[in-house]
Write a protein that binds this ligand. Structure first.
Ligand SMILES: Cc1cc2nc3c(=O)[nH]c(=O)nc-3n(C[C@H](O)[C@H](O)[C@H](O)COP(=O)(O)OP(=O)(O)OC[C@H]3O[C@@H](n4cnc5c(N)ncnc54)[C@H](O)[C@@H]3O)c2cc1C
Length: 505
């Protein structure tokens, strides 16, 4: 996937991209050159790396940001930028009572205590201040926010907010706050430059970073190295190796290749959180040659949108009450099916009642997809023919439909479903194949409460820190999707590292 960073973005990306490029080229683009004396070297100038640089520079630190892309911002170019933060001034202004304790309790409730307690605590204790800082610096929040939740399991109070332009609204503030430090020369950025190795001494102290760019390789020496190079959700091999399933979706940031994770592992770090892998529900793809672009999602949620059809797996069996009013229940149930895949099956009477197909598709859009034989849309005159076309077990589907209709008639659905307004019996029959999908990666480098990368024995690797998605969705959010628990911790941990955790001489 080619990421759409427009010229306008580049201009916005640093008050004067020209200044950035000039600083980079004049200072450090000579092959074989060694640069030294950095208080902080940031590997990856995205959601977590930018605040680390900004807040370190505010303390007078001399910072080098190494960035593989042609502009800073990383996943913020794609991200919805949804944040969760408790005790914010925005909440107070709207009379919403909230606290970091309540936020933490919600994360533990939603993740069923699978989120890493220390990281969740650090994130929730400090998210409010991060959000306030964005607001104080011109962040344009959606006027109706905060809310309790929309596409993820709701919070117990309204603490979920984002900007009109999603992640780009956040990036706007970060660029604005970074600009004076670029101008003063406290922050230097090397764009289109990849960190390839960490430099260590014989006692395993991290001394710096080796880079590679079109101009050759270079060594950079500094007192602190912060890894903020993002997750690995765009790296097919690593994704399959760590998550145990192949990547279905082309929707993550292309540079999310796990480079920072590789650097951490190379000096003794280790990974945790992969066991919390969890797909999002209901992806419909352009093709089954995965990874494929996502064309939309089917994620109806009672009581807002009630289900009409049934979900079946490859054996043709149902596996949940389709009317359970929980995103999490849908995600967990789908995650247990083979290939994280199911089919939404319905009949001719239901299709005329259904309010929700794929994203904002109308009934006419869906009919076109069925009639044109679009991938993953199946239509047939009998359940057996439908199963054959969709590659579902034929006997399984026929038996399941009979069982569903009988349960409906006697008011005793096997899974306890209550909303069963119609029997599934009128030809033609329809099926839409729904695939589990992910935007982010679940395993991440283990760190201690100071965000220092640690070895399995718990000891910290000297001078090496990490933040952002490379800490793992499975640690920040657990085996669940807790709203905003990637963007907000990335910003917050970057801020904490730059503002107080790192020691500068
Ligand atoms: C479509 C989408 C929607 C999302 N929506 C939400 C949401 O609403 N809320 C939420 O909480 N989370 C969301 N997420 C997840 C969240 O946006 C990310 O987890 C988070 O932004 C990652 O921040 P980061 O700083 O770790 O990585 P990034 O922002 O990706 O920054 C990493 C940077 O490192 C650079 N880099 C990579 N390798 C190297 C290298 N070798 N050398 C130098 N630089 C390198 C990259 O180019 C990039 O600029 C979403 C993700 C996606 C893809």
């Amino acid at each position: 996937m080619k990421i759409a960073i427009t010229k306008r973005d580049l201009l916005r990306a640093s008050s004067g991209a020209a200044l950035l490029a000039a600083t980079g080229k004049s200072l450090a683009r000579r092959p074989g050159q060694r640069t030294e004396g950095w208080d902080l070297i940031v590997v990856g100038g995205g959601n977590a790396g930018m605040p680390a640089a900004i807040f370190a520079a505010e303390r007078g630190a001399k910072v080098l940001v190494i960035e593989a892309a042609s502009a800073l911002g990383g996943t913020l170019y794609l991200s919805s930028g949804q944040m969760s933060a408790a005790g914010t001034k925005l909440q107070q202004a709207k009379g919403i009572e909230d606290s970091p304790e309540l936020h933490y309790a919600d994360i533990m409730r939603i993740s069923k205590s699978t989120a890493n307690p220390a990281l969740a605590r650090l994130a929730t204790d400090n998210a409010g201040r991060t959000f306030d800082w964005l607001m104080e610096n011109g962040f344009e929040v959606h006027p109706q926010h905060p809310v309790e939740g929309t596409t993820h399991e709701p919070y117990s109070v309204a603490r979920y907010a984002w900007g009109k332009e999603g992640g780009r609204s956040i990036l706007k503030v970060l660029n604005q706050e970074l600009a004076p430090h670029l101008e003063s020369g406290l922050v230097t950025t090397l764009l289109e430059t990849r960190a390839t190795d960490l430099i260590t001494d014989d006692k395993d102290n991290v001394l710096g970073v080796k880079t590679s760019s079109a101009d050759g390789s270079q060594d950079h020496y500094g007192d602190n190295v912060v890894l903020t190079a993002g997750g690995y959700a765009s790296n097919d091999r690593l994704f399959e190796e760590l998550e145990g399933t192949s990547r279905a979706c082309v929707c993550s940031y292309p540079n999310s290749q796990g480079a920072g994770i590789g650097l951490g592992l190379s000096v003794g770090g280790y990974l945790r959180g992969a066991e919390n892998h969890l797909p999002l529900f209901g992806g419909v793809f352009a093709s089954d040659d995965y990874p494929s672009p996502l064309i939309g999602t089917h994620r109806p949620l009672p009581p807002h949108t009630m289900p009409w059809g049934i979900y079946v797996n490859a054996q043709g069996r149902r596996f949940m009450a389709e009317d359970v009013p929980s995103h999490d229940a849908h995600e967990v149930a789908l995650g247990e099916q083979s290939n994280e895949r199911c089919w939404l099956v319905f009949d001719d009477e239901m299709i005329n009642k259904m309010e929700s197909f794929i994203g904002r598709w109308t009934r006419e859009d869906a009919m076109k997809a069925f009639d044109s034989g679009q991938a993953f849309f199946f239509k047939a005159e009998s359940p057996a023919e439908l199963a054959r076309k969709a590659n579902i077990n034929i006997d399984g589907l026929s038996e399941t439909i009979e069982e569903y209709n009988a349960g409906r008639e006697h008011g005793n659905d096997r899974y306890g479903r209550k909303h069963m307004p119609l029997p599934l019996q009128k030809a033609p029959f329809y099926a839409i194949q729904l695939q589990g999908w992910l935007l982010t990666s679940f395993a991440g480098l283990a760190v201690n409460e100071d965000l220092q990368v640690i070895r399995k024995d718990g000891s910290g690797i000297p001078n090496l820190y990490a933040a952002g998605e490379l800490l793992g969705t499975g640690n920040l959010s657990g085996k669940a999707y807790c709203g905003g628990m990637l963007v907000t911790p990335a910003l917050t941990f970057g801020r904490l590292l730059g503002q107080k955790i790192l020691k500068f001489a």
